[in-house]
Design a protein around this ligand. Structure first.
Ligand SMILES: [Zn+2]
Length: 476
């Protein structure tokens, strides 16, 4: 047979040649297999990364869904894996689409992703310039990454937020009448706002006194207790300010009259005996500042510690109870005589020289030593502790920004967090803190401002200036 003939007729050289060829082929395969393997692994790894399914992230800050006359807004998009391929944001309102962002990022070559891993877009939206009316609309943000997923079109994140365009400031209608105010005194104003306004209250000079809703049937009727400090006389600017959820602000004046008040001057003589007796009490408060002569320490106490204690009081009174705890005129320390008045301008005399001056922002009342001190009205005790120059002090929160404070006590008869009925004994008078003799230092605070307590002791003032307004029956 032919085949047999050929095989048998192969020369020796031919056999050797064929063997060599087979060996060569085998050697070739030996290289080709690992190369393919590596390519395969590279492809798997590449596909693993190129086909990543992580969604791009989008963020909007601030988060508020309100747009007022002008809204500053930052939209950020990021994709840490493949990078961003496309970012688009638009406002959809009344069937119109207003494009805010439309950016496409190219990849440097086919294999690498996008270099743009994250990008922020600071935007200013001014509805009037864009020709959009007030009302509801949608903010749509789309971000696409450079992944090979979805047949090379990438992972897409699509965020839609409903927003409200409100370019009109709220309207304020003042409901209370006749605001007769005293320098260093308290005022109450009641007003209605046309729309919910998270920020509203009374501005007196540069101080803000918040307004509270929930005190009347109408949820948009607010009240605000405000104060003129001892230096704020006629000419002080007083107005209601309201800012709606979209940030539109309005200022509304209201009829008022400020009566000037003059306060006394007082001289306090500082003796060495007083310094030696009193200054060690403040070593802890002064810390490193406790060194120096007794008079240096006194000045630190009278200036720096007084200021620090004021800031502590403001902090303590920061979140008033949202309900009125008190009723009727406030009580005075029984059987007591006044020692020092509100806003007395005190000069401190040492060895015949004036070394300091301060305002006395309370009333000093003296009775027998360690007399029981009643709560001047009902409220919640929010502080009963040592307070620097004021010594052992109690602060009662009567609600809606009205507080009473009792200082230089010798002991406490109530604890922080407890409710006090009007007249309940809360402590006893003493001379802790910067006090020369046993007395009660009594203060009334409106949010953060000390006012003359005399108004709050006066039944007629309470009736005409507060209760009549709250009852909506003006009797002036
Ligand atoms: Zn005092």
């Amino acid at each position: 047979m032919g085949l047999t003939v050929i095989v048998s007729s192969r020369s020796k050289e031919e056999v050797i040649y064929n063997r060599l060829k087979t060996k060569e082929k085998k050697t070739k395969w030996r290289f080709v297999i690992p190369v393919f393997g590596i390519i395969l692994i590279v492809c798997i790894v590449l596909l693993f990364f190129k086909l990543e399914g992580g969604l791009p992230q989008v963020q909007m800050s601030p988060e508020s869904i309100f747009i007022g006359l002008r809204r500053d807004l930052t939209i950020s998009a990021s994709d840490e894996k493949s990078g961003l391929k496309k970012v688009r944001a638009a406002l959809i309102k009344d069937g119109r689409e207003i494009v805010l962002i439309d950016e496409t990022f190219s990849s440097p070559d086919f294999f690498s992703g996008s270099d743009e891993k994250r990008k922020s877009y600071p935007l200013v939206i001014e509805p009037k310039k864009l020709g959009i009316q007030d009302g509801k609309g949608t903010l749509r943000i789309i971000a696409v990454d450079a992944s090979w997923r979805n047949w090379l079109s990438g992972n897409t994140v699509w965020v839609e937020k409903e927003f409200t365009i409100d370019t009109h400031p709220p309207q304020v209608a003042v409901l209370s009448k006749f605001h007769y105010l005293n320098q260093g005194g308290t005022g109450l104003v009641i007003y209605k706002i046309s729309e919910p306004s998270p920020q509203n209250g009374v501005m007196v000079g540069d101080r803000f006194f918040p307004g509270y809703s929930g005190q009347f049937q109408d949820p948009l009727t607010y009240l605000s207790y405000f104060a003129l400090d001892h230096k704020q006389g006629p000419g002080t600017t007083v107005f209601i300010q309201a800012t709606d959820e979209a940030g539109n602000s309005v200022r509304a004046g209201f009829s008022h009259q400020i009566k000037p008040k003059s306060f006394k001057k007082d001289v306090i003589t500082i003796s060495d005996e007083f310094l030696n007796n009193k200054m060690p009490e403040f070593d802890d408060d002064l810390g490193d500042g406790a060194s120096g002569s007794p008079i240096d320490r006194f000045l630190k106490v009278n200036r720096e510690l007084r200021e620090r204690n004021y800031r502590q009081i403001v902090e303590i009174c920061k979140n008033p109870e949202r309900k009125k705890h008190w009723e009727g005129p406030f009580l005075r320390l029984p059987n007591s005589g006044p020692q020092a008045g509100f806003a007395d301008h005190r000069e401190y005399l040492y060895q015949g020289k004036v070394i300091d001056s301060q305002f006395h922002l309370g009333v000093d009342l003296a009775s027998l030593e360690q007399s029981p001190v009643p709560a001047s009205n009902a409220g919640k005790v929010i502080f009963a502790d040592q307070l620097g120059i004021y010594g052992k002090t109690i602060i009662i929160d009567h609600g809606l920004g009205l507080f009473s404070m009792y200082s230089h006590l010798s002991r406490f008869d109530i604890q922080t967090g407890q409710l006090a009925d009007k007249g309940r004994v809360i402590g006893h008078t003493g001379l802790t803190g910067l006090a020369g003799g046993d007395h009660l230092h009594f203060s009334i605070i409106i949010h953060h401002t000390f006012v003359h307590p005399v108004e709050w002791w006066d039944p007629l003032w309470i009736q005409k200036r507060i209760d009549a307004k709250l009852n909506g029956a003006e009797s002036d």
